[in-house]
Design a protein around this ligand. Structure first.
Ligand code: GDP
Length: 440
């Protein structure tokens, strides 16, 4: 995501290289380029103009310290302005009532149902909430079924009334049910249409009036660019929603929606969806997003994801095995599973500063581990826990079983041996300490 924008901005900053200070003349050329880059990323025209005007004002007012190059200063100013444009700080959902009610709004296909599931999952696991999901789409039975399946996946009950055609009544009944069953959170998924129409707006406005929700979230597909901004405007005029959810940020969106929505509707982006799976949801941090747009990486988010998956017991167990040179293929594969749980590989790599740009044209897909996994799964339990017995005929059998070649099997075993040696060395290098270099 944002690859093009990030590259274009980088190029425009280079225009300033070699200049001793920021002047009206050199800044004008850079900013013309910055504005073009924003427009090409589908940022709203007025937003782009205002953005470059502000950056110019700030840049010309700065005393350029001799130790800072004008281009570096410019990156800093643009970074801070991008973060400000997207809202400055992260803003959480406010859940005050008991039960608290969150109402979803947005067009069909924007990702409302998926997000309802993701949010229930996040608030349940991170905030200890006991949510009830509510299916209020009375037009598409498939939508009710979709929510039911998601609910089952994340262990959250779903309230629905198959025969009812009255979404307001369904929502009210659901809140009653939540109260009776001790749920402290009700998440209401509503019907969407392919385009805005009066009936849909009246219906969701009626649900809002009846429920008086704590939060109304507007869900929008970030791939729709300028349309996303226009739809947001119309929904906001009718519903006065509290926050925006940008979905499908894992696709190759040009980023315009993320950059324009906040200043056009003056409502914060609260969450971003980054995949179809139930854990592909992030809280929106404007600062970190600005880092990513400028190719500065997003180490903070990366570390947070690693920490979420980090299992202290498992780490201790591994340390002991490594020290005794007993690290085996079972451990190897469980490490691969942990990395995979952290998410899409290319997306992870792009969070590392400087790596995003380098990876632009390289295709890393999540199948990168497939061959390795197939080889390991073709080993017998005895071979996995005691790689020393892997002789020629065993290797040939494994190659056949995994649909790979003997060369590939040999290569993996060699890599494994080297990794093992290196790990052993790392533990041995720290005399007096039984610890591996800390992961935290
Ligand atoms: P609704 O009609 O608004 O309820 O939209 P859905 O929740 O049914 O989502 C429409 C499609 O978008 C589904 O195929 C989802 O799997 C997909 N989707 C939703 N959120 C995301 C996301 O963040 N990333 C990706 N790649 N796909 C998503």
């Amino acid at each position: 995501m944002f690859e093009n924008l990030s590259e274009r901005l980088d190029r425009s900053f280079k225009l300033l290289k070699g200049e001793g200070k920021i002047t009206e003349i050199n800044v004008a050329e850079t900013l013309k380029d910055v504005r073009k880059a924003l427009l090409d990323a589908d940022v709203n025209y007025k937003v782009a103009k205002q953005f470059t005007d502000t950056v110019k004002e700030k840049a010309l007012g700065q005393n350029v310290l001799t130790s800072v190059k004008p281009s570096q200063l410019m990156v800093k100013i643009v970074h801070d302005e991008l973060a400000r444009l997207m809202g400055g700080t992260a803003i959480d959902v406010e859940l005050k009532s008991s039960p608290a009610v969150i109402l979803m709004s947005g067009l069909q296909g924007s990702g409302k149902t998926t997000f309802s599931g993701k949010l229930a999952n996040m608030l349940k696991s991170k905030k200890g909430k006991n949510p009830l999901l509510v299916a209020c789409d009375v037009y598409r039975p498939a939508a009710i079924e979709q929510l039911r399946v998601l609910g089952e996946q994340i262990g959250v009950p779903v309230y629905s009334e198959i025969d009812s055609k009255n979404p307001v009544q369904i929502a009210l009944n659901a809140v009653k049910e939540a109260r009776a069953k001790g749920h402290d959170l009700v998440i209401v998924d509503t019907a969407g249409r392919l385009a805005i129409d009066e009936q849909m707006m009246n219906e969701i406005a009626a649900i809002k009036k009846a429920l008086n929700p704590d939060e109304i979230l507007f869900v929008v597909d970030s791939m729709t660019g300028q349309d996303a901004v226009n739809t947001a405007k119309e929904f906001n005029e009718r519903l006065d929603f509290n926050g925006v959810v940008l979905t499908k940020l894992d696709g190759d969106t040009r980023g315009g929606a993320a950059l324009s929505i906040r200043s056009v509707v003056d409502k914060p982006i609260k969450f971003v969806g980054t995949g179809e799976k139930m854990d592909a949801l992030d809280i929106f941090h404007p600062e970190r997003m600005a880092d990513r747009i400028l190719g500065m990486g997003d180490i903070v988010s990366l570390v947070e994801r690693a920490q979420e998956q980090y299992d202290e017991e498992e780490a201790k167990r591994l340390q002991k095995k490594i020290a005794k040179n007993q690290f085996d293929f079972n451990d190897f594969i469980s490490q691969i599973q942990q990395i995979k749980k952290m998410g899409n590989l290319k997306e992870l790599a792009s969070m590392i500063p400087g790596v995003g740009k380098a990876l632009k044209d390289i295709d890393i897909d999540d199948n990168a581990f497939k061959g390795i996994e197939a080889i390991i799964y073709s080993m017998t339990p005895a071979e996995r826990s005691n790689p020393a017995i892997l002789n020629g005929s065993r290797r040939a059998r494994i190659a056949k079983g995994s649909g790979t070649s003997i060369q590939e099997v040999n290569k993996l075993i060699k890599q494994f041996d080297e990794t093992r040696k290196m790990m052993k060395m790392m533990t041995a290098m720290k005399p007096g300490s039984k610890k591996l270099p800390s992961m935290r």
